[in-house]
Design a protein around this ligand. Structure first.
Ligand code: FAD
Ligand code: FES
Length: 512
C-alpha cells in the first residue's frame, strides 16, 4: 500500500476538515472519534472544497449548497449531492497522518430479486434524487422515471443565474446524472406527459395513451409558472421561466438596449433581472413590495438588496400592476399598460409571480385548494403513493407548509424512497436555499414567518454578514453572505433547537 505522510494530528480541527494533497489528488482529512478519515476533497455535487465547510454532529457539510456526508464512512446524508464521498485508507504513525493514494473500493451488495415496479413522475430535483435513492437503498425492482422534457433531469437553479446571464449555454445546464448512469442503474427514462394518475387502481396514463401499472408511485411534478389573465399575456415575448426552453426564449429576446419588464420581485424574478442587465437590457421590476424580500429576510437586508439592484441599473416600480400588453401589427410586444394608465415600452416581459403545483392529473386523492398534495412527514400522500418537492404541503414544526427549495425537494424525495422500501423516515431537517443577486450569493436556512429580533453579525450593506432571525430568543432562520462555513455548521446544528446566545458563541468559535 503506497502510504504518504500528509499531516500531523496537530493540524486537524474537530469543527472542519483540512485539505491535503497526495500527488495530484486533493483529499480532505476529518476526525471520526479518535480516528482520522480521508475523503475526496471536492464535493460530488458541484466541486466545492469540502475543507471550507464544517464538521458538526458527525457530518461533513459542504460550504456551497450544504450537502452532508457522514464522517464515519462518507455516505451521503443530505443532498444536493447525489453520491457518497470516495474514501481513502489512513494510518496514524507517531502523530503523523498517512494516507493511501488508492481509494477504498466499496463492496457491491448482493441484491434480492424484486418484481415490483415503482413509478416516479417528474425527473426534476425531487424525481431524480428519488430514483437515485431507490437504487442507493438497494431496490432491485423496476424504476420508471417519467418526464415530459426530452433531456434527463438538470439543474434548473442555474437557469436564472448562469444561463440567462450567458455564462452557460442552455444545453450545458448541468445534468443531474449522466446518460450512462440511468443505463447502469437500470432506471428506465420515459419521455411523456402524464395525463392521469389513478390512485385507486394504481395506474398512470400518458398523453400518447400508454398505460403503466405500479406497485408504488412517487409524484414529483413541481410547479407550473403562474401567468397573468390579461389581454396580450399570450404574446410571444411575454414569458415565464421554469425550464431550459423558457430560458432559451428569454435569451433570444434579451438584446442590448431592449426593454424588459419583470413582473414580480421574487427571488427568481430578481435573479433574472441581474442576468438581463449583463446583456445591456434595460430592466424594470414591477414589485408588489416597497422592499423586496422584507417578509423573508427582514427589511434591512431587503433594502440592501434593492439598492444593490438599483446600482446595477434596475428600476423598481411599486404600488402599480400591469393591466395589459400591446403589440404592433406583426404581433410583436411593444407596450405594457400599467394600472395607473402609464404606458411602458417593452420588448420582453418576464412574469415571475410564483408557481401552481402541477397536479391536475392526479385522480383518487384529494388535492388541496392551492393544488398541492398534502403529505405526512414521511411524504405519504395515499396508499402506495408518495409525493415530494414543490407540489407538497408537508408538516414543518407543527405547521403545514409548501416550500419551493431545491435541496428540500431532494431531501423529501430521498425520505419517500426509503419509505417506499418499508422505512419509517420522517422529515426533521432545516429547510435551506441559496440565491444569487447581482454576483452576491446568499444562503438562507430555516423558515421564519414572524420574528421579534434579528441579530446581525457583520454588515448586510457590505454583503458580508450573518443575520440570526429570532423569535423569543430561539433562532428560527439564518441569512448569510460570505459566511459559508458558519451556515454549513448551522445547517446541521439547527436540527436541534438553538438559542441566539449559543448560536453567537458557536459562530464565533467556528469563525476563529
Ligand atoms: C429558474 C429557477 C431558479 C431557481 N433557483 C433556486 C435556487 O437558487 N435555490 C433553490 O433552493 N431553489 C431554486 N429554485 C427552485 C427549485 O428549482 C425547485 O424548488 C425545485 O426544482 C423543485 O423540485 P421538484 O422536483 O419539485 O420540481 P421540478 O424540479 O420542477 O421537476 C418537476 C418535473 O416534473 C415534470 N413534469 C411536470 N408535470 C408533468 C407531467 N404531467 N408529466 C410528466 N412530467 C411532468 C417537469 O417537466 C419537471 O421536469 C429555482 C427554480 C427556478 C425555476
Ligand atoms: S457543491 Fe457541495 S452541495 Fe453543491
Amino acid at each position: 500500500m503506497p502510504m504518504h505522510r500528509v499531516a500531523s494530528l496537530a493540524d486537524l480541527r474537530r469543527d472542519r476538515g483540512i485539505q491535503v494533497e497526495v500527488g495530484k489528488k486533493k483529499l480532505v482529512l476529518v476526525w471520526h472519534g479518535e480516528e482520522v478519515r480521508a475523503y475526496q476533497a471536492e464535493c460530488p455535487h458541484a466541486g466545492a472544497p469540502l475543507a471550507e465547510g464544517a464538521v458538526c454532529n458527525g457530518h461533513l457539510i459542504c460550504p456551497w449548497h450544504k450537502a452532508e456526508f457522514a464522517v464515519s464512512d462518507g455516505h451521503l446524508c443530505e443532498p444536493p449531492a447525489l453520491d457518497a464521498l470516495t474514501r481513502y485508507p489512513t494510518q496514524v504513525i507517531e502523530d503523523q497522518v498517512h494516507v493511501d493514494d488508492q481509494p477504498v473500493e466499496p463492496r457491491p451488495e448482493a441484491l434480492a430479486d424484486d418484481d415490483r415496479c415503482f413509478i416516479i413522475i417528474g425527473a426534476g430535483a425531487a424525481g431524480t434524487a428519488g430514483a437515485c435513492a431507490l437504487r442507493e437503498q438497494g431496490f432491485n425492482g423496476r424504476v420508471l422515471l417519467i418526464d415530459r422534457e426530452h433531456s434527463p433531469g438538470y439543474d434548473r437553479t442555474a437557469l436564472s443565474k448562469f444561463v440567462l446571464a450567458a455564462d452557460m449555454p442552455p444545453d450545458e445546464t448541468p445534468a443531474l446524472r449522466e446518460d450512462a448512469f440511468y443505463v447502469d442503474q437500470r432506471i428506465e427514462r420515459i419521455q411523456g406527459e402524464v395525463m392521469k394518475l389513478d390512485a385507486l387502481n394504481k395506474r398512470v396514463t400518458l398523453s400518447d395513451g400508454r398505460r403503466l401499472d405500479y406497485d408504488s408511485a412517487l409524484i414529483t411534478t413541481g410547479g407550473d409558472p403562474r401567468t397573468l389573465p390579461l389581454i396580450g399575456a399570450d404574446l410571444a415575448h411575454v414569458l415565464t421561466l421554469r425550464c431550459r426552453d423558457d430560458a432559451e426564449k428569454i435569451l433570444h429576446a434579451a438584446q442590448l438596449g431592449r426593454h424588459a419588464l419583470v413582473v414580480g420581485d421574487s427571488f427568481i424574478g430578481l435573479e433574472a433581472a441581474s442576468a438581463l442587465r449583463k446583456h445591456g437590457v434595460n430592466v424594470t421590476v414591477l414589485a408588489r413590495h416597497e422592499i423586496p424580500f422584507a417578509g423573508q429576510l427582514g427589511e434591512r437586508i431587503g433594502k440592501a438588496l434593492r439598492s444593490l439592484h438599483e446600482q446595477n441599473g434596475v428600476l423598481f416600480r411599486t404600488h402599480v400592476d400591469v393591466s395589459r400588453f400591446e403589440s404592433d401589427d406583426h404581433g410583436q410586444l411593444t407596450t405594457a399598460v400599467l394600472s395607473n394608465g402609464e404606458r411602458l415600452p417593452v420588448d420582453l416581459a418576464l412574469i415571475g409571480i410564483g408557481v401552481t403545483p402541477a397536479t391536475q392529473f392526479v385522480d383518487g386523492i384529494q388535492r388541496d385548494q392551492d393544488g398541492s398534495l398534502s403529505v405526512d412527514s414521511g411524504m405519504r400522500a395515499g396508499k402506495d403513493l408518495w409525493a415530494a418537492g414543490d407540489i407538497v404541503t408537508f408538516p414543518l414544526a407543527g405547521q403545514s407548509k409548501r416550500i419551493e427549495h431545491w435541496r428540500l425537494a431532494q431531501q423529501q424525495a430521498r425520505i419517500a424512497a426509503r419509505n417506499m422500501l418499508g422505512g419509517q423516515d420522517n422529515y426533521s431537517d432545516v429547510p435551506y436555499f441559496w440565491t444569487q443577486q447581482v454576483e452576491k450569493r446568499l444562503d438562507y436556512l430555516g423558515h421564519a414567518d414572524a420574528w421579534d429580533d434579528i441579530v446581525y453579525l457583520g454588515d448586510p450593506e457590505a454583503f458580508d454578514f450573518l443575520a440570526l432571525i429570532c423569535n423569543q430568543g430561539a433562532v428560527k432562520a439564518v441569512v448569510g453572505c460570505e459566511r459559508e462555513r458558519e451556515v454549513a455548521m448551522l445547517a446541521e446544528r439547527m436540527k436541534q433547537p438553538l438559542f441566539k446566545d449559543e448560536a453567537v458563541m458557536l459562530i464565533r468559535q467556528i469563525s476563529a
